[in-house]
Design a protein around this ligand. Structure first.
Ligand code: FAD
Length: 438
């Protein structure tokens, strides 16, 4: 018998409670442990493009190659079945006579279906919570009763003094691999091919080069570097910046691939405040991480409803019981940065060229697609999924629904005036010039 540890989104060895649990089980049962990751299935969205774009593929490959290297340094390895998706995992589980698959739990519809596919195939699966900042048992309410308004959620967790868990250390050893699984990590051409697209020198997240590459070692180094600098104290003032690497933390790609955990960020933030003192800048990093948790809890609570055109809206909201409104030509112009609005087009060009976009520009381009071009917000969310190296289903779907006015925003949607936004955040047009078509 063998225990399979399935690396889903969290590509790290440190602070990985699910991996720690799998190791303990393997030791107690004297069973080998086989770490495994899955090739993604090629999926095309309803809007005619793939879910996984070139930047995401490249970033994911960096992250997995780093993970395989870390596992090898502890005498283990990372296996990747040639058959993509859960089918590959089912075949492998049968091949190695798996007693159990252990993995992190992910409360999003597609990921819930994956677990069901495995259990329907008769495989025992153990899932463990680990990706949120605040563990469920630290919350002052049932997850099914999470306040839908962010400010209520934040006030309640702050009042209850809910705290993240203490991060776990990196394991010093790992259980042995099963016999007969030679040549593990049959890295397919898909994963091992050279990293493309090439670096755009204007990138605010130049992940193609050190020190911005994906993987646990780079992510932990970035965390240490960021909190050893003066940037955290300036975060609240700088976070609406548009150009360069320093205006925001840039934790998101490492968080999305689980190279760094939210609990590790919190601990580094605590240490920074103990050394340098806290201020509104350092508080705001916690505040933003709470947004991340809130979107996770909203998806856990409302599930597939967040993927409907009407989202969480109820009658008499205009989007309930009306067919989805969409402007395909407008959408195509938007995603190619050809709307004719220089500020919006700059954002869409940056996104396509680099796989990253500041929060300010994400809000602007999303609002423009929905409220100015009259497109289905889910098409925009799908395009972000295709492009973003930090794609996270909870934060992406939640933010898009919020701006469309069908999420949890009590103000019923956010329209950003792009002219005013360009004036406020790009007064000298340096951002528009940087990403102009010429
Ligand atoms: P910072 O400003 O440094 O924030 C620190 C961390 O706080 C981030 O890494 C992130 O984990 C969290 N955070 C900050 N803002 C938000 C927010 N609005 N919602 C949730 N968490 C937040 N973030 C993703 O990680 N993945 C996505 O797919 C994603 N899609 C988005 C789509 C839209 C339409 C919008 C408006 C926002 C989206 N965000 C998403 C949230 C936010 O834009 C990014 O987290 C942020 O820009 C990442 O850069 P950073 O790490 O430097 O952020």
């Amino acid at each position: 018998m063998t225990i399979l540890y399935w690396f889903r989104q969290d590509h790290r060895l440190s602070d990985n409670p699910a991996l720690a649990q799998a190791c303990t089980m393997a030791e107690h049962r004297s069973e080998p442990l086989l770490p495994v990751t899955l090739l993604p299935t090629e999926q095309t969205t309803d809007w005619g493009f793939t879910r996984l774009g070139e930047h995401r593929k490249a970033y994911e490959a960096q992250s997995l190659i780093a993970l395989a290297g870390s596992l090898r340094s502890l005498g283990s390895d990372l296996h990747q079945p040639k058959t993509p998706g859960c089918e590959g995992l089912i075949e492998l589980a049968r091949q190695v006579n798996a007693s159990c698959i252990v993995c992190e739990s992910i409360h999003a519809p597609y990921e819930i279906d994956e677990i069901k596919t495995l259990t329907d195939a008769g495989i025992k699966v153990e899932t463990i919570e680990q990706s949120a900042l605040l563990p469920h048992d630290s919350l002052p309410f049932e997850t099914s009763k999470t306040p839908t308004v962010f400010s209520d959620f934040r006030r309640q967790v702050e009042k209850a003094k809910s705290l993240p868990r203490t991060p776990l250390a990196r394991p010093a050893t790992l259980p042995p691999l099963p016999d007969g699984i030679t040549g593990a990590v049959p890295y397919t051409a898909e994963i091992a091919r050279p990293i493309r697209p090439t670096l755009d020198a204007r990138s605010a997240l130049p992940y193609q080069q050190e020190p911005w590459q994906g993987g646990e070692a780079s992510g932990q180094a970035h965390l240490a570097r960021y909190f050893a600098s003066t940037l955290p104290g300036q975060y609240k003032a700088s976070r609406n910046g548009l150009i360069g690497t320093d205006y925001s933390t840039k934790f998101s790609p490492w968080l999305a691939t689980g190279a760094v955990s939210a609990a590790q960020i919190w601990q580094a933030l605590q240490n920074h405040e103990a050394t340098y003192g806290g201020n509104d800048g350092t508080y705001w990093i916690w505040f933003e991480l709470l947004w991340r948790d809130h979107f996770r809890l909203m998806m856990q609570r409302f599930g597939r409803r967040l993927f409907r055109y009407a989202g969480l809206a109820k009658p008499p909201h205009q989007m309930v019981n009306t067919p989805p409104k969409h402007n395909q030509q407008g959408f195509d112009r938007w995603r190619h940065g050809l709307t004719g609005h220089a500020f919006i087009d700059a954002g869409m060009r940056e996104l396509a060229a680099t796989g990253y976009l500041s929060n300010r520009m994400r809000q602007n381009v999303a609002s423009y697609l929905i409220h100015d071009l009259g497109c289905d917000w889910r098409a925009g969310a799908a395009w972000f999924e295709h492009c973003l190296v930090d794609f996270d289903v909870h934060s992406n779907q939640g933010n898009w629904a919020y701006i469309a006015g069908v999420g949890t925003d009590p103000r019923g949607g956010r329209r950003f005036n792009p002219d005013k936004q360009a004036h406020d955040y790009d007064r000298d047009a340096s951002y528009r010039n940087l990403w102009s078509a010429d």
